[in-house]
Design a protein around this ligand. Structure first.
Ligand code: ADP
Ligand code: MG
Length: 359
């Protein structure tokens, strides 16, 4: 089984979209892995992923498919990383934190992961466990500690023992789920304070939640360590190059660079081109280095708006998802229904049914 899972989630239409454009949506569900997509030129394509979460899907379905297997790995002392990717407003933070974190019926991945981790730890009674939490934000290639705003330029270091780590980052040992949620809530409100201070929108930075789980055997003293990183990425929307200037243009360039290096790293890992994995191309990929590749499992949740008015951004999110995971081999095929399109290129996933196909 592949160590990289790529899923797509479509949020429901918002009341504003409904009022302005009725029920105009760009997707037709085919099954739990594939859908047909109509772009802004009314061209249809079919996309397949490891799993598609449609507008009616619940937070618990997303958690069970994406995070539960990764929590199991963390218990077995490997690493894991979960990303939410997509344009601003597509549902990244809803999926990661859930609305009104942490008190909500619709808890996102983060509070569910906290519960899941502690539940798994409770079931192993031959070990002494510790969970340490850190929370950082990357904005314009600078790393800020969200648990201590005075640390606003953390450095990434590497050692044989610790692997990749952030020098002087705040690590808080949390005893139970309530303790962990309190700590995460503090980081989330600090993020908002920092944004106001810097006059910056949260959609322009990447937020990383880091859990380090250690299990020390009470029998032989052996220590097993697993690192889990949850990453709410900056909005992937294109910024109009012609209009953007100054800070907006610099932000856009920085986000673009880090998202494209993330895509290249995941692609290198999934296609087996392991001789040069460009971790050092951005702070984002460098921090995540030991959570991507090696003995770790990665899940990418591509969040999309279902509205036809967002079709062009959704298409670029879907293409990021396909590109990061699958090597595409162009094939010429004959299709029966429409002779005029019979020569179009099909893009197949290799070693998997996942693909984008022009219909
Ligand atoms: P992003 O973090 O990608 O910018 P948000 O997560 O803030 O986007 O989502 C934008 C809006 O859409 C929010 O009001 C959020 O509550 C709503 N939303 C997103 N995804 C869903 C969903 N799956 N179900 C219900 N509402 C959602
Ligand atoms: Mg967000």
């Amino acid at each position: 089984m592949s160590n990289v899972t790529v899923c797509v989630r479509f949020r429901p239409l918002s009341p504003r979209e409904r009022n302005a454009h009725g029920e105009a949506i760009c997707i037709t569900s085919l099954d739990e892995k594939s859908f047909s997509f109509k772009d802004d030129k009314e061209e249809k394509s079919m996309f397949c992923f490891d799993r598609v979460f449609y507008p009616g899907s619940s937070q618990s379905e997303v958690y069970e498919f994406i995070a539960m297997p990764i929590i199991q790995d963390i218990m077995n002392a490997t690493n894991g990383t979960i990303f939410t990717y997509g344009q601003t407003g597509a549902g990244k933070t809803y999926s990661m934190e859930g609305p009104n974190f942490p008190d909500s019926q619709e808890k996102g991945l983060l509070p569910r992961v906290v519960d899941g981790l502690f539940e798994s730890l409770r079931s192993s009674d031959e070990v002494h466990c510790t969970v340490k939490l850190s929370m950082v934000e990357i904005y314009m290639e600078k790393i800020r500690d969200l648990l201590d705003l005075a640390k606003d330029n953390l450095q990434i270091l590497e050692s044989k023992v610790q692997g990749i780590y952030l020098s002087e980052v705040t690590e808080i040992a949390v005893m139970d789920p309530a303790d962990a949620l309190k700590c995460l809530s503090r980081g989330i409100s600090n993020r908002a304070v920092g944004e106001t201070q810097m006059n910056m929108a949260s959609s322009r930075s990447h937020c990383i939640y880091i859990f380090i789980v250690q299990q020390k055997s009470t029998k032989d003293g052996m220590v097993k360590t697993g690192k889990l990183m949850l990453v709410d990425l900056a909005g992937s929307e294109k910024v109009e190059k012609t209009n953007a200037q100054g800070k907006v243009l610099e932000e856009a360039k920085s986000i673009n660079k880090s998202l494209s290096s993330l895509g290249k790293v995941i692609n290198a890992l999934t296609t087996g081109r392991m001789n040069h994995i460009p971790y050092r191309d951005s702070k984002l990929t460098r921090i995540l280095q030991d959570g991507l590749g090696g003995n770790s499992r990665t899940a990418l949740l591509c969040c999309c708006s279902p509205s036809s008015t967002d079709a062009s951004e959704s298409l670029s999110t879907l293409r990021f998802g396909t590109r990061t995971k699958y090597l595409k081999t162009p094939l010429r095929v004959n299709m029966n229904e429409d002779k005029s399109k019979s020569d179009q290129v099909i893009q197949h996933g290799v070693g998997s049914e996942s693909c984008e196909r022009i219909l």
